[in-house]
Design a protein around this ligand. Structure first.
Ligand code: NDP
Length: 494
């Protein structure tokens, strides 16, 4: 008998194939008991605080500052001083060096950031490790490359920075949204006051340490924390020249009203109710993976999530059967476990919203399917859910649920698919699954969505612009287009 055979003989055959726990170590993250606001390169002691928790365990993590309007004014003043007294004179190639440094440091500290992101936000570690962190670093690398090439990006238009950018971001991709906002703003030569979401401030606060390591001049990036009141104070602050907002359509509308007539620039990246359209000639197993990734990635807390599945009638049954089978294999649980597919819902408030809309879906007559699933006792959880028998008029087919809940509708012809896909107040993204290139192009020309994926879903790249139509907002982030909103031009065209 060989050594290998002897080893096999000694190894017991597992009785079932459930995964053993594979927790990522938490000790790479050192949390402070209390965090202030990062203003002018220093930590300011906050006047008010609140507690941030882990949504997976409800365990308190740290005390966080709740910035008052006066503290926001202070941060805006620091950004203005930095812009006028130094940063606007820094040569573009020097600016690029700071961005490259930030990107490199994020790469070096990526495990620390990934663990913190999962701890504070509830997303699975395999997503924060393999998606949020690499993409955040990639954004800084990408915009570092543009910093000294703005004249080439906008030929004959003499691009100049705007001044102070106020940036308000949501809780679904805390560090990535920060990167989407800060990288183009700095590449264009602006200074920044940024507010992370109330429930997920910790990665933005750790990012302040990256700024210190990169030796970014004080006041170029200022981070203030707090809830919607802090966001509203940034919007109102006189010294802010531009607002970049990602979040709900409702708050986006309020911001637009507030800024009307002020001359401040505005970009809004709001909600979505994307159609993921499966034609009968699509590779079904691949499409099912795309459906799963489209709606259960990040617990469905994704503005471009494929939350409305449109399936061609002739393949409805096999698709639903395969989908249900695949759903049963999703592992829901501890975000810090490397095997987890679906983590915790970000907050009690968001869980209540999901539960409310799911109850409405049942009342309206849709048929619910949830795989057998044991949820942890503490924390905020929701079982991955599929609704069939959904009519277009149902609220679950119209409103953004922002959770792991999929509504399935059917269609017979490409025209019908298109009509149903476009029948939404939103217009952020869409997916098309078919083997015919001509059909992809035909659909893409007619779909009213800012981003269209073909035979894939939820793929992001810093060089590719992202943004919406209609109630999904306006302005683009990413790519050369993402620089425009942070610049003014001599020809006066914004
Ligand atoms: P919000 O739009 O309230 O939050 C987004 C950001 O704006 C947060 O930083 C928030 O602070 C801040 N904010 C809240 N009110 C104001 C205000 N009046 N002025 C300026 N800033 C403000 O989204 P929610 O977190 O309340 O989520 C509600 C729904 O919005 C979700 O269920 C989902 O449907 C949608 N959503 C869409 C997102 C997207 O990526 N498009 C992202 C997040 C949510 P604070 O966190 O303290 O409230």
């Amino acid at each position: 008998m060989t050594d290998l055979e002897r080893t096999h003989e000694r190894t017991p055959v597992p009785e079932d194939w459930t995964y053993a726990p594979a927790p990522e170590a938490r000790d790479i993250v050192t949390l402070r008991r209390r965090y202030g606001h990062y203003v002018g390169g220093e930590w300011l002691e906050p006047t008010e605080t609140y507690t941030t928790i882990s949504p997976a365990s409800e365990e308190p993590l740290a005390e966080i500052g709740q910035a008052t309007p006066a503290e926001v004014e202070h941060a805006v003043q620091a950004a203005r001083d930095a812009f006028e007294n130094g940063w606007s004179d820094v040569s573009p190639s020097e600016r690029a060096k700071y961005l490259f440094r930030i990107a490199r440091i994020l790469q070096e500290r990526s495990r620390e950031f990934a663990v913190l992101e999962s701890l504070n936000g509830g997303k699975p570690i395999k997503e924060s490790r393999d998606v949020d962190l690499p993409l955040s670093a990639a954004h800084f690398f990408y915009y570092a490359g543009w910093a000294d090439k703005l004249e080439y990006a906008f030929p004959n238009r003499r691009p100049r920075p705007i001044g102070v950018a106020g940036q308000i971001i949501p809780w679904n991709f805390p560090l990535l949204m920060l990167a989407w906002k800060i990288a183009p703003a700095l590449a264009a030569g602006n200074t920044v006051v940024l507010k992370p979401a109330e429930t997920t401030p910790l990665s933005a606060l750790l990012f302040c340490d990256v700024l210190r390591q990169a030796e970014l001049p004080p006041g170029v990036v200022n981070i203030v924390t707090g809830d919607g009141r802090t966001g509203a104070a940034i919007v109102k602050a006189d010294g802010v020249d531009k607002i970049a907002f990602t979040g709900s359509t409702e708050v986006g509308r309020a911001i637009q009203r507030e800024l009307a007539g002020t001359g401040k620039k505005l970009t809004l990246e709001l909600g979505g109710k994307a159609a993921n359209i499966i034609f009968d000639d699509a590779a079904l197993d691949q499409a099912v993976e795309g459906i799963i990734n489209g709606i259960y990635f990040n617990q469905g807390h994704v503005c471009c999530a494929g939350s409305r599945l449109l399936v061609q009638e002739s393949i409805y049954e096999p698709v639903v059967e395969k989908l249900k089978r695949r759903l049963a294999t999703l592992r829901v649980g501890d975000p810090l476990d490397k095997n987890t597919d679906v983590g915790a819902i970000n907050s009690k408030q968001q869980l209540d919203k999901i539960e409310e809309l799911v109850a409405v879906g049942k009342d309206e007559g849709a048929e619910i399917y949830q795989p057998p699933c044991r949820l942890p006792e503490k924390g905020y959880w929701f079982v991955p859910t599929v609704f069939t028998n959904v009519a277009q008029s149902y609220r679950i087919a119209q409103e953004e649920i922002f959770g792991p809940v999929l509504s399935i509708l059917t269609f017979r012809t490409p025209d019908e698919a298109l009509e149903k896909a476009n029948n939404t107040p939103y217009g952020l993204s869409a997916g098309v699954w078919t083997e015919k290139g001509s059909r992809i192009l035909w659909m893409a020309e007619r779909l009213r969505a800012g981003v269209i994926w073909a035979n894939t879903y939820n793929r992001f790249d810093p060089s590719s612009p992202f943004g919406g139509y209609k109630e999904s907002g306006f302005g683009r982030e990413g790519g050369r287009h993402g620089l425009g909103p942070y610049l003014q031009f001599e020809d006066g065209n914004g």
